[in-house]
Design a protein around this ligand. Structure first.
Ligand SMILES: NC(=O)c1ccc[n+]([C@@H]2O[C@H](COP(=O)([O-])OP(=O)(O)OC[C@H]3O[C@@H](n4cnc5c(N)ncnc54)[C@H](OP(=O)(O)O)[C@@H]3O)[C@@H](O)[C@H]2O)c1
Length: 455
């Protein structure tokens, strides 16, 4: 992970006085970035700046109450005048003073909405104006939350999820505006689960803390590391072997023979249950227990639903859904038997979350939507069974592989001829990052797109 392209450039981080923001500004300054940290308690940011005074980059404190529009505008003006144009904005500040909908306090509702939605949008507008004026290949990161994707049943936590759902929608609307305007700016939403910061402490009296919070959570540094990873992806990447043709895997193995690990080819057709079972048996007998399974194999022969070819439908479902589920079952049986802290990665697709507009691909999105649901059902089974196994869905947009040629033929290749695509390396790097996270951190879903594209 390297932030080389941002060394000496300006990053704005809101909510830099505590929690995630504090860890993030430390990480960025250590990487050589010039950071403008915003918060009401700016004296705390001054203290952090002191701690960091011998590091490669520099932290500058800006006192700003994000519920006040004029203060935000004046602060951004001051930042660009004193530090220069903005390359990174991390909208991290957020809060959730305890309040309910039935009998809640309107001033708290307004504070949550003003900080989590409006301030985020104003900061984004100001940062984009600076990036646009200076033709900067910038990056905007919204610190969202799992509460931005699912409602949580917590007392006093009724307004916050609505603000984070809004952040989810704002991220995607902004992505579309940026693409329509051809701006070279990336947008990423990072959605942590429970993080051990002052967030909930300031929300509840310590005696009222819900049981949910008694378990250990992520550390603020884990989220900061995730943001650093997202920022470190190459300019064109936006931060989301078993084979039938075994001779090709053998060729890769030969090329890799001087590496630290080794690659062992296993011939297996994933549409044949018995072949999968025999292959897993052979893998375990010859190589030992399994620690990682990457369910990467997938097909999408061109077919329609109205008058499609049933054989093709079956091939897609058998490979992408049933093959994946059998491999997962076999890997988990082995991880369980050996008490392995394993990791399963499903290579999903952006079409596992949206449908897109691809005339040749009517069944494929169905199979990938199934992978999205299977990932989450498996997560629940794993948690219910207390297994120390991680499960992650990685959803790439279009990738430059043989996929179009193999599945869609010459016409398909032509269709993608002038479309910018991710490289296979980009996706491999994403999976390596997911696997490299510390034991207690689980990336649930990581969508990776080519910058400027939706699919
Ligand atoms: N902790 C979690 O479990 C969790 C989980 C998922 C997502 N998140 C999200 O992560 C982000 C950071 O939260 P955290 O856990 O690090 O919380 P935290 O430790 O309570 O820090 C919140 C930060 O927001 C700043 N802030 C709040 N209101 C502000 C205002 N009006 N003007 C300027 N700054 C303001 C605070 O600074 P001052 O008070 O000094 O102004 C502080 O620096 C939030 O967006 C939160 O929604 C947290």
């Amino acid at each position: 992970m390297s932030l080389e392209r941002f060394v000496g450039k300006v990053a704005v981080v809101t909510g830099a006085s505590a929690g995630i923001g504090r860890e993030l500004v430390k990480a960025l300054v250590k990487e050589g970035v010039t950071v403008a940290g915003l918060a009401r308690r700016s004296e705390r940011i001054e203290e952090i700046a002191q701690e960091l005074k011998n590091e490669k980059g520099k932290l500058h404190a800006f006192k700003c109450d994000l519920t006040k529009d004029e203060e935000i505008l004046a602060t951004f003006k001051k930042i660009t005048e004193t530090l220069g144009p903005i390359s990174i904005l991390v909208n991290n500040a957020g809060l959730s003073p305890a309040t309910e909908l039935i009998d809640g306090d309107i001033s708290k509702w307004r504070q949550i909405i003003d900080t989590n939605i409006l301030a985020l949008s104003i900061c984004t507008r100001e940062a984009i104006a600076s990036m646009k004026a200076n033709n900067i290949k910038g990056h905007i990161v919204h610190i969202n939350s799992i509460a931005g994707h699912m409602p949580l049943d917590l007392v006093g936590f009724s307004v916050y999820p609505a603000t984070k759902y809004a952040v989810t929608a704002l991220t995607e609307s902004l992505r579309r505006e940026i693409n329509r305007n051809g701006l070279p700016i990336k947008v990423t939403s990072v959605s942590p689960g429970y993080v051990e910061t002052d967030f909930f402490v300031s929300m509840y009296d310590s005696k009222d803390l819900p049981a949910y919070l008694e378990r250990s959570g992520l550390k603020a540094k884990d989220v900061a590391d995730t943001v650093v990873y997202v920022l470190s992806t190459p300019e064109h990447v936006n931060v989301a072997g078993i084979s039938r043709r075994v001779e090709r895997v053998q060729e890769h193995a030969n090329q890799l023979k001087n590496g630290n690990g080794s690659l062992h080819p296993f011939k297996c057709d994933l549409t044949k249950d018995k072949e999968i079972l025999d292959t897993f048996k052979k893998i375990i007998e010859t190589l030992g227990p399994i620690h990682i399974l990457v369910n990467n194999a997938g097909v999408a022969p061109a077919t329609a639903l109205i008058d499609g070819d049933i054989k093709r439908w079956r091939q897609i479902i058998d490979t992408n859904v049933i093959g994946l589920s059998i491999c997962t079952r076999e890997a988990i049986a082995n991880m369980k038997a050996n008490n392995t802290k394993g990791h399963i990665v499903h290579v999903n697709s952006v079409l596992g979350h949206e449908i897109g507009e691809f005339p040749y691909l009517s069944v494929y999105p169905g199979s990938k939507h199934a992978v999205t649901a299977l990932t989450e059902c498996l997560r629940r089974e794993i948690n219910r069974n207390n297994l120390p196994i991680k499960i992650t869905s990685v959803s790439p947009g279009g990738v430059s592989t043989e996929f179009a040629e193999v599945n869609l033929g010459a016409e398909g290749v032509k269709r993608f001829e002038n479309v910018p695509l991710l490289s296979a390396d980009d996706v491999a790097d994403t999976i390596v990052y997911v696997l490299s996270t510390p034991e207690h951190v689980n990336i649930r879903e990581l969508t990776v797109n080519i910058q400027g594209q939706l699919y």
